[in-house]
Ligand binder design. Structure first.
Ligand SMILES: *Cc1c(COP(=O)(O)O)cnc(C)c1O
Length: 347
């Protein structure tokens, strides 16, 4: 918990001095997530997912172009928009599922930002096609792996340079901390991220790092159980006449299914769907659930749901009536029973 450490003289590199620079309390989590993601370089823990994302975007040289999904996480879009308005970077929004659209936009770009599956549309990007196109053009590739988790997808295997996570979500898993982590493929990139963290002060508390490490111990069982629940619920929703459409990469007719089957080790436990009847019916469903928690955020042990467009900053690429489900580890029988009674508001 200490903010400072005994030290005299010129400090040896690697010795703790002051916890804005480095804290021994971060190291276990940074090393554990690096091991899970398959990079030899420890991760860099941040005070939130957005702090990790801001640090990563700081690697773009002044005026450099970032190519990113039109449907990326809303605050990633908000941050890149404001950096664009400040003329700090340029942005090119692309359909990340269409490698043929992405490839030409990479010429002269500085960074390719991949989210797959995307939040909340669950679109799947072709990691190997995109990374190959970016690398031959010298473009740094970043993957936001929050939705997939390292157990569901290993972006470093495809050659990405940096992986970011909102550790608020699956990695810590109990909806009790806000944290982020960026993982680099090499020491040089890592040192640029740690230097950003020290100078911007975007640090995590020792207590939160410890809670995240405790949560990480059960990542395997949480992911396994919530994915099984999601497979079951996605199928029941698909067969339900009260539903207009449902997206989950596990479904055989989902546009991302074959790609996800090739490049992921699991389909994840986020489901998006729309009921018949529009946004007011969607709101009524969310209000009527009793086991599902109506709240933003995802990746916790408890199942949560929300209509995403209730947030005024949610991009209009997301349909007004879309409900995002974050499937937790409860009994799937109870989860379906609760959703089933809530869906009765559909006429
Ligand atoms: C939540 C989220 C973030 C932002 O993380 P915070 O911890 O809330 O700052 C970034 N990317 C994705 C995909 C997310 O779901």
């Amino acid at each position: 918990m200490s903010s400072t450490f005994f030290s005299t003289g010129t400090p040896e590199p690697g010795t703790p001095i002051y916890t804005r620079y480095d804290s021994p309390s971060w190291h276990e989590f940074e090393e554990a997530v690096a091991a899970l993601e398959g990079t030899p370089v420890p991760g860099v823990l941040f005070g939130s997912g957005m702090a990790a994302i801001a640090a990563t975007l700081s690697l773009v040289p002044p005026g450099g172009r970032v190519v990113l999904p039109r449907t990326a996480y809303n605050t990633t879009l908000a941050l890149t928009d404001s950096l664009t308005q400040e003329k700090r970077i340029q942005v090119r929004h692309v359909d990340i599922t269409d490698a043929l659209e992405v490839t030409p936009s990479l010429s002269g770009a500085s960074m390719l930002w991949i989210e797959s599956p995307t939040n909340p549309l669950l679109e799947i990007a072709d990691l190997s096609a995109l990374v190959n196109a970016a690398r031959t053009r010298g473009v740094l590739v970043v993957a936001d792996n929050t939705f997939a988790t390292p157990l569901g997808q290993q972006p470093f295997d495809f050659g990405v340079d940096i992986v970011v996570h909102s550790a608020t979500k699956y990695l810590s898993g109990h909806s009790d901390v806000v944290l982020g982590i960026a993982l680099a493929a090499n020491d040089l990139l890592r040192s640029r991220l740690t230097s950003y963290r020290s100078t911007h002060g975007a640090i995590a508390s020792a207590m939160d790092a410890w809670l995240a490490l405790r949560g990480l111990r059960t990542l395997g069982v949480r992911v396994e159980r919530s994915q099984l629940n999601a497979l079951d619920l996605a199928r029941q929703l698909q067969d339900d006449p009260r539903i207009a459409w449902v997206r989950h990469p596990s479904l055989a007719d989902d546009p991302g299914h074959s790609l996800a089957s090739r490049q992921m080790m699991g389909y994840g436990s986020i489901i998006s769907f729309a009921p018949h009847g529009g946004q007011h019916v969607a709101d009524a469903i969310v209000e009527r659930t009793r086991l599902w928690v109506p709240a933003t955020s995802l990746g916790g042990v408890e199942s949560m749901l929300e209509r995403r467009r209730r947030h005024l900053h949610e991009p209009d690429t997301v349909p007004e009536d879309l409900i995002r489900l974050s499937v937790g580890i409860e009994s799937v029988v109870d989860l379906w029973a609760d959703l089933d009674q809530a869906l009765d508001v559909v006429q």
